[in-house]
Design a protein around this ligand. Structure first.
Ligand SMILES: NC(=O)c1ccc[n+]([C@@H]2O[C@H](COP(=O)([O-])OP(=O)(O)OC[C@H]3O[C@@H](n4cnc5c(N)ncnc54)[C@H](OP(=O)(O)O)[C@@H]3O)[C@@H](O)[C@H]2O)c1
Length: 510
């Protein structure tokens, strides 16, 4: 791989460079899928292009297609050209190509797994991988068991020559607490906990890691980061799209299982946790676990949760259909496309501060953010009209898009009157840094190869998150009514507005 100093994309200041992983083979199951095409293969190329792949790197695709190595290489090539972040360079591609192999077959075929083993052995020899193998399961969770059992049966989980074997699994990690435990029982029967890398790609985002920098590299926020100053926190993941062609995955799953259980509860944990003694995996996970263990959805769940389902409407200039009219959705489906929950955290720092989590499709815009709203100043030495346009102070961490941080506060409007209006101070990644942010999958795939675990949630976190969400899902499942409809292109159903109004707050409209 071109990781020499003549690589123009290599950043000489990149501190991760000394950490380039040893040579290894990355096996991707499910290479014909959406995730692989849009994210995984482009991320592998981008890593190569940045000089961050080990010299002896091999990529094996496994799928039920009658392809030769060169057919798969063409698929990788097209995916890279279409979706990679960095420019296409022929010499990088040529070097990557040397290590690309394909194994045709179904997951239950012993013959195919024998072929996979032979292919990996050949690559071990040809690329000098030292027996280091990562198995990426970019496949439906229902196939995890058969694949990991096949790996075991064909001796692919045995470590040789001092090499390592790691398995990478994608969310969803189950659909409730019980199924998450069952899934884990399968994976952990064959892999040690330190060999299992659960991907929550939000944790690979630069902006999410910046939450740690903002909180723990600065002195000025920490004194305010508690129930003395914060009135409430809103964590939003709004998408402007509908379910597209993903009814098969989404229907019956819904917004809460799809993103609150993983991404949003991870954002809550990073916002609310105590400072870890280091960013070593066990320390970071311990703090996240503590705060998740103290979190729950309080009281009467019909008052502290809200759900909705999009109906037809306008998305910008485009007329769009409702959820129930989408191809592949059950006519009477009660799957929620808008989910909101209130989470209380029972500890000294956060007692009395509600965290509101909201995830939804067909919103007016795409935005993910964490917003801390502060209490009002206890006394305002102005007349009421002076402060008519003064909101409450807020610190907003913008995860995507427009990555950055905004601080909102009151300032005097120029003029002879003492009129106060809300203004904002902005940090934008694009304005402060010249280098573009790597994709989350670049970081995470590199970390798998490095065996660097802090950005991967552990099973305990997964189970704690389901423990928070399961009562809500059971409550919703027991309701005779459908989720409340909301028009596409609006900020959601009335029951969500009421939910916050009861607590004296309003949802942000980012
Ligand atoms: N797409 C995303 O953005 C995204 C985001 C987060 C997590 N994930 C998770 O990542 C995983 C992959 O997602 P995806 O969107 O890429 O799914 P997908 O488009 O449905 O692709 C699934 C892949 O698995 C293969 N597959 C399924 N059943 C198989 C079987 N019985 N034998 C052999 N191959 C089989 C498919 O092969 P065929 O082409 O032969 O059917 C395809 O390559 C899932 O666990 C998903 O929940 C996806």
């Amino acid at each position: 791989m071109p990781h020499s100093s003549n690589n123009p994309l290599r950043d000489p200041q990149d501190r991760r460079l000394p950490q380039i992983a040893g040579p290894c083979v990355l096996v991707i199951f499910g290479v014909t899928g959406d995730l692989s095409r849009k994210k995984l293969m482009p991320a592998v190329y981008d890593l190569a292009n940045r000089g961050m792949l080990p010299p002896g790197f091999g990529l094996v695709g496994f799928a039920r297609r009658d392809w030769q190595d060169q057919d798969f290489a063409k698929v990788v090539h097209d995916a890279v050209k279409e979706n990679s972040r960095t420019p296409f360079r022929e010499e990088v591609w040529e070097q990557l190509l040397e290590g690309i192999r394909f194994v045709p077959g179904t997951f239950d075929s012993d013959e195919s797994f024998d072929k996979l083993k032979d292919t990996i052995c050949e690559l071990d020899q040809a690329r000098g991988t030292g027996g280091n193998h990562a198995f990426y399961l970019s496949i439906p969770p229902s196939s995890f068991e058969v694949v990991v059992s096949q790996l075991k049966k064909h001796g692919l989980t045995e470590e040789e020559q001092g090499g390592w074997n790691r398995v990478v699994i994608e969310k969803p990690f189950g659909h409730d607490l019980e199924s998450a435990k069952e899934l884990n029982a399968v994976v952990s029967s064959l892999f040690e906990p330190q060999e299992v890398f659960r991907i929550d790609h939000y944790l690979g985002k630069e902006t999410v890691q910046n939450m740690l920098a903002l909180r723990f590299a600065n002195q000025m926020f920490e004194p305010l980061w508690n129930n003395h100053y914060v009135s409430h926190v809103q964590i939003t993941m709004a998408e402007d799209i509908g379910i597209g062609g993903r009814a098969g995955y989404y229907d019956g799953i819904g917004a809460a299982r799809d993103v609150i259980q993983n991404h949003l509860l991870q954002l809550l944990a990073l916002t609310a946790m105590e400072e870890p003694t280091s960013f070593e995996a066990s320390q970071l996970r311990a703090e996240k676990q503590k705060v998740l263990a103290a979190a729950h959805v309080p009281g009467d769940l019909s008052q502290t949760t809200a759900r909705g389902q999009y109906c037809a409407g306008w998305q910008g200039a485009q007329q769009v259909k409702g959820y129930l009219e989408e191809d592949g959705v059950d006519a009477g489906s009660s799957t929620e496309t808008f989910a909101a929950i209130r989470v209380d955290i029972d500890n000294r720092r956060w007692a009395g501060v509600p965290f509101y989590l909201r995830a939804a499709k067909r919103m007016p815009r795409r935005v993910t953010e964490v917003a801390l709203s502060f209490k009002r100043a206890p006394h305002l030495p102005f007349t009421a009209t002076d402060t008519e346009e003064l909101g409450t102070n807020a610190l907003v961490m913008r995860i995507q898009p427009d990555e950055g941080v905004t601080l909102r506060f009151g300032a005097k409007v120029p003029g002879t009157q003492m009129e106060i209006r809300e203004v904002s101070m902005d940090f934008a990644y694009g304005g402060s840094f010249t280098e573009s942010s790597p994709e989350a999958y670049e970081r995470l795939i590199l970390d798998v190869m490095l065996g660097d675990a802090p950005l991967f949630p552990q099973q305990e976190e997964v189970e704690l998150s389901w423990s928070i969400l399961d009562p809500v899902l059971e409550h919703w499942a027991a309701q005779p009514d459908q989720p409340e409809p909301y028009e596409s292109g609006t900020w959601g159903p009335q029951n969500a507005v009421d939910m916050l109004a009861r607590d004296g707050f309003a949802w942000r409209r980012p």
